[in-house]
Design a protein around this ligand. Structure first.
Ligand code: IPE
Ligand code: IPE
Ligand code: MG
Length: 240
């Protein structure tokens, strides 16, 4: 699938991706699981560029979930270091591409201070950029996000009668991100795994059998083609 095969008038505004299958990719090659994460960096950069070339304005990826702390400590440590390394090595290149980097997730004591500093640096460096907004969900859980929003709302002392869906939206980790139009999950797993629960109420879900380290912009375009062939009704009736 190429960009020219897609309908330019129906490009999703916001795409979110669950980058899954790194461990299986490595195991198939008799490599340590961490080699799969390393290989996934290429996929991420290629897919981001492809999305940017197509004119996608928001791209969000699931990098580390609140549940991923339960992995073996060596893998957790690897993922923390790896995310820091990617930020250091790629932020300038993304900045040159006019990409704005954002993070969503719990920035609590579980996350090493140095990594939090790096996240803030990347956000600050790129905050004035006007191109694609690249949001990284790190130490992110959809339920945790809703709990954190509810806590903040309660702390304001707001009367329950004033609480609407907009109120909840306003207290999400980043209230400026539009809901995803399209969510892609790779590696043939058909579940949401606590990603963006509130935000995906009306997203189109596309599942790909391709393992994340093999996923490239062509696969992204195939997923977008599937999205373009869908009929989004939002509970209403079809326009055609
Ligand atoms: C996704 O790949 C990356 C993260 C969750 C950080 P996995 O590591 O989950 O790979 P599989 O699902 O075990 O193959
Ligand atoms: C979801 O993948 C989290 C990320 C991609 C960061 P997992 O591999 O952790 O999810 P499960 O365990 O298959 O549900
Ligand atoms: Mg997985």
């Amino acid at each position: 699938m190429k960009i020219s095969d897609l309908d330019p008038s129906r490009v999703p505004t916001h795409i979110a991706a669950v980058m899954d299958g790194n461990g299986r990719w490595a195991e198939k090659r008799k490599l340590p699981r961490t080699e799969g994460h390393t290989a996934g960096e290429q996929s991420l950069m290629d897919v981001l560029e492809g999305a940017d070339d197509l004119g996608v304005k928001w791209f969000t990826v699931f990098a580390f979930s609140t549940e991923n702390w339960s992995r073996p400590p060596e893998e957790v440590q690897f993922l923390l270091n790896f995310n820091e390394k990617i930020l250091l090595e790629r932020q300038d290149e993304l900045h040159e591409r006019n990409v704005r980097i954002r993070f969503i997730g719990r920035r609590n004591r579980q996350v090493p201070k140095r990594l939090i500093r790096r996240m803030e640096e990347a956000e600050n460096l790129t905050k004035k950029n006007t191109g694609l907004t690249f949001t990284i969900a790190f130490n992110y859980g959809g339920r945790a996000e809703i709990v954190d929003a509810v806590k903040q709302i309660v702390d304001t002392g707001m009367s329950s009668t004033r609480i609407t869906e907009k109120t909840i939206n306003r207290y999400l980790y980043d209230s400026t991100i539009p809901d995803p139009d399209l969510v892609i999950r790779t590696s043939g797993e058909y579940r949401v795994s606590n990603f963006l629960l509130w935000e995906i109420a009306y997203s189109e879900l596309v599942f790909s059998e391709v393992l994340w380290p093999d996923f490239r912009r062509e696969n992204l375009f195939t997923a977008i083609k599937e999205y373009q062939d869908r009929d989004r009704r939002y509970g209403g009736v079809s326009e055609t």
